[in-house]
Design a protein around this ligand. Structure first.
Ligand code: NAD
Length: 423
């Protein structure tokens, strides 16, 4: 039985619905059987916990926490934990599915998961955040595990939260368990090269795509939206490939210089300027204008839903490499495809981060740590191979790289599912 339902792209711009509509389209092209479709459409497990935390003033506040395991067909589930007032179970379910496809597309032996706690970390002390993280870990003791479900940092969480999580889990289990989470501080089993991993993967994907399009890096121009971890490191490494970075941006707006911006200088400026580019010497443009510049390569590396049906027709870049998750809506994809603009999709372009998280887990289990050079070399190879596999699928099925990436991912996960069987 083949999954035959047509896959209309609904008239919406929600990034998660956009993602699911691409899943539907890829499933249809692949001829995914209805049984596998039904299994993969829903998360395998969704856990909701209430976490009582003693606050600094002695009162007890109860926080809602979630962990969703979308699929473990390919291995233990992997995915971040975010702390935000906006987090909710539906969002976490969608993000968990996203992780399943992302891990499968780069061929790392993981399924997909995601977690979150509804809280406002900016209003909490370090002690309160520690107690909350430990309470969450305790409640998820039977969900998490190096062989079960492996969290990582996400929005508003970082190495400190992962260190608390690892410490609490190790105490509960009575054994040192660094592989229960990734994104740990280097001294606690974090991996060399993790900080640069996502930006580096974006650069590798951009180079591979430029090769297919015949874009000569030495003659090409590039604009990068977002100047945080992913944006600034992508920009730095893309510049090292010979491209001229004519514009960068962050939450304070865009900065344009047709003669090129020296990214090391911009990073040093940001670091000494409270973390933003405000006041950086260049022509000021908006975050909307940066997307519409006449450049060869555009890297959206800030946030979701930036290229939509409202501005896609104005995009002039020949190549878009998605550093951010969900920067392009499904409706925008239709317009970009018509304009013959190549888009390296998020689940491929920014998978360098989860790839090096996988290397962190491998090193933790071995108790043997790799040099930064080895981490980079292996991650670059993984990214190149994944790009070639997705490119070949796009040629075979006559689809965009985005749908091809979903096809590659769904094909792998559904095959794993078929071998394991449903019981
Ligand atoms: P970050 O917090 O380090 O940086 C975000 C950047 O975006 C900052 O420069 C911020 O000023 C800018 N920004 C915020 N709001 C903006 C707006 N309205 N317009 C323009 N710029 C704005 O975050 P990051 O880790 O670099 O993540 C960026 C994106 O990449 C997110 O979509 C994230 O999910 C995705 N991503 C990150 C990783 C990773 O390893 N860090 C991995 C995969 C995907």
């Amino acid at each position: 039985m083949s999954y035959k339902e047509p896959a209309p792209i609904k008239n919406q711009e929600n990034p998660f619905e956009s993602m699911m509509s691409r899943f539907d389209e890829a499933a249809r092209i692949l001829g995914l059987d209805q049984n596998s479709y039904n299994v993969l459409k829903s998360p395998a497990k969704a856990v909701l916990v209430n976490l009582p935390v003693i606050m600094d003033d002695g009162t007890v506040q109860v926080f809602e926490g979630y962990r969703v395991v979308h699929s473990q067909a390919m291995g233990p589930s992997k995915g971040g934990v975010r702390y935000s007032m906006d987090v909710n179970l539906d969002e976490v379910k969608a993000l968990a599915a996203w992780m399943t496809w992302k891990c499968a597309v780069v061929g790392i032996p993981y399924g997909g998961g995601k977690g979150g706690i509804k809280c406002d970390p900016r209003k909490m002390s370090k002690g309160e955040l520690e107690r909350l993280t430990r309470a969450y870990t305790g409640s998820m003791r039977d969900v998490f595990g190096p062989e079960n479900d492996i969290p990582a940092p996400d929005m508003n969480t970082g190495p400190q939260e992962m260190a608390w999580l690892m410490d609490e889990y190790s105490k509960i289990k009575g054994q040192y368990s660094p592989a229960v989470t990734t994104g740990k501080p280097l001294v606690l089993g974090g991996s060399s090269g993790r900080v640069e991993a996502t930006g580096r993967g974006v650069m590798v994907a951009a180079r591979a795509a430029m090769g297919k399009l015949g874009i000569n890096p030495i003659e090409a121009t590039c604009a990068v939206q977002g100047f945080g971890n992913v944006g600034s490191i992508s920009a730095k490494l893309i510049q090292l490939q010979g491209l001229k970075i004519v514009a960068i941006s962050d939450v304070t707006g865009g900065y344009y210089d047709p003669n090129g911006i020296d990214i090391e200088t911009a990073i040093a400026y940001r670091n000494s300027n409270g973390g933003t580019l405000e006041g950086f010497k260049a022509e000021r443009i908006t975050n909307e204008e940066i997307l519409e510049l006449d450049v060869d390569v555009l890297v959206p590396a800030a946030m979701e839903d930036q290229i939509t049906k409202h501005n896609a027709a104005n995009i002039k870049a020949k190549l878009i490499v998605e550093g951010a998750n969900g920067p392009t809506s499904a409706n925008a994809d239709i317009i970009l495809n018509e304009k013959n603009i190549m888009v390296v999709p998020d689940i491929l372009a920014n998978a360098g981060g989860v790839t090096v998280s996988y290397f962190e887990w491998v090193q933790n289990r071995l108790g043997y740590y790799w040099t930064e050079e080895r981490v980079h070399r292996r991650a670059d190879r993984t990214m190149k191979q994944a790009f070639e596999e997705v490119y070949a699928a796009s040629q075979k099925y006559g689809t965009s790289l985005r749908i091809a990436a979903y096809i590659v991912a769904i094909d792998k996960v559904s095959k794993a599912l078929a071998f394991r069987g449903v019981f």
